[in-house]
Design a protein around this ligand. Structure first.
Ligand code: SAM
Ligand code: SF4
Length: 330
């Protein structure tokens, strides 16, 4: 087992995204429907179980863990989990993706607990539009949360913006300006067909990374870089700023060949690919053999050959995967 995790296509898995809750205080239009039913507590992994999963992966050579959800900051005692995972040896990068609304409350605790990096989702700088896109979100809280994270000592905070045509693509340049002024990195994401959203037709709102890039280059020429952060972003720089601009392009620039990651949902389903349903039930192993880390590791190793070669997302608006992003762990 010490050789680490390698799938049938020779890809080494060294990055795990752990979902710590399916719940959220926002209802972003591309992620959830307005009325959501969340999982009953008994189906959700305990913090102890999540920490056990994290340990098993690091013992199998995983060097990067990202906590996500749902909104990780609505999970009770999230600081406790961050402390436990932050203490695992072998972990080189420990990050969280958050909507930012809870950062004023949690940033110092997270930093002290060993979290190294934060991604904050931000799709609009206009309060009313932000509210429309998130259905419940308050922009001022998110901006204050970013400030709190900076005060707590987080460096290189990265913004994530999902770009939807006719909704926020006219704000791409404003978001870049904001990132430059605040010395943040920013990644622009193509919407993925996860879950059936009622708010919009995904075929109509699809905005390719090339279109976003062209909008940015109207003002800022982009220089490609070979930089990678173990994620799917392709990075660019501007000559007059430290801000990096990333593009996450599941449709237009398929990144499956270099995929180094797997996900674990908060129900303990090990998902081998974002765009496929292949999964293994780690919760069953955790609950059948409590505390037996070797069994858990074996289940993870045995799952690797199931990792599909690639996803087959299309832009025609069809739902290819029925689970919503909040269930997947984005
Ligand atoms: N609640 C946290 C947040 O919003 O940052 C973490 C979970 S959220 C599911 C993770 C990321 O997935 C966010 O940046 C969000 O914008 C993105 N996301 C959600 N649904 C998506 C979709 N259908 N296509 C592309 N990105 C999506
Ligand atoms: Fe919540 Fe994040 Fe999904 Fe928005 S993208 S609804 S903040 S989980």
């Amino acid at each position: 087992m010490s050789d680490g995790l390698v799938d049938s296509f020779g890809r080494r898995v060294n990055y795990v995204r752990l979902s710590v809750t399916d719940r959220c205080d926002f209802r972003c239009v591309y992620c959830m429907s307005e009325e959501m039913t969340f999982l009953p507590r008994a189906q959700v992994l305990t913090l102890e179980e999540i920490a056990q999963v994290a340990r098993a992966f690091t013992e199998l050579g995983v060097e990067k863990i990202r906590l996500t959800g749902g909104e990780p900051l609505v999970r009770r005692n999230i600081g406790e989990l961050v402390t436990r995972i932050g203490a695992l040896s072998g972990l080189k990068d420990f990050a969280m993706t958050t909507n930012g609304a809870g950062l004023r409350r949690h940033a110092v605790e997270l930093r002290q607990a060993g979290l190294k990096r934060l991604n904050v989702s931000l799709d609009s700088l206009d309060p009313q539009r932000f509210r429309r896109l998130t259905r419940t979100g308050d922009l001022s809280r998110v901006l204050d949360g970013i400030e709190a994270a900076r005060e707590a000592g987080f460096e290189r905070i990265k913004l994530n913006a999902v770009v939807l045509k006719g909704r926020n693509e006219d704000e791409v340049l404003d978001l870049v300006t904001f990132a430059r002024n605040q010395q943040l990195d920013i990644s622009f994401i193509e919407e993925m067909p996860l879950g059936d959203v009622s708010d919009h037709s995904r075929a109509e709102t699809y905005c390719s990374s090339d279109e976003v890039r062209a909008l940015i280059e109207q003002r800022h020429p982009l220089l490609s870089t070979a930089e990678a952060t173990a994620g799917p972003s392709r990075y660019f720089r501007m000559e007059d700023s430290d801000t990096r601009i990333g593009f996450i392009s599941p449709h237009s620039h398929n990144f499956c060949a270099s995929c180094n990651r797997v996900r674990v949902t908060v129900e303990g389903r090990l998902l081998l690919c974002l765009g496929n349903e292949h999964s293994v039930d780690l919760r069953a192993v955790l609950r059948r053999y409590p505390g037996d880390i070797e069994r858990l590791k074996r289940a993870i190793v045995e799952a690797m050959p199931m990792k599909p070669e690639r996803h087959h997302f299309t832009t025609d608006g069809d739902v290819q995967v029925v689970r919503f992003m909040n269930m997947t762990g984005g």
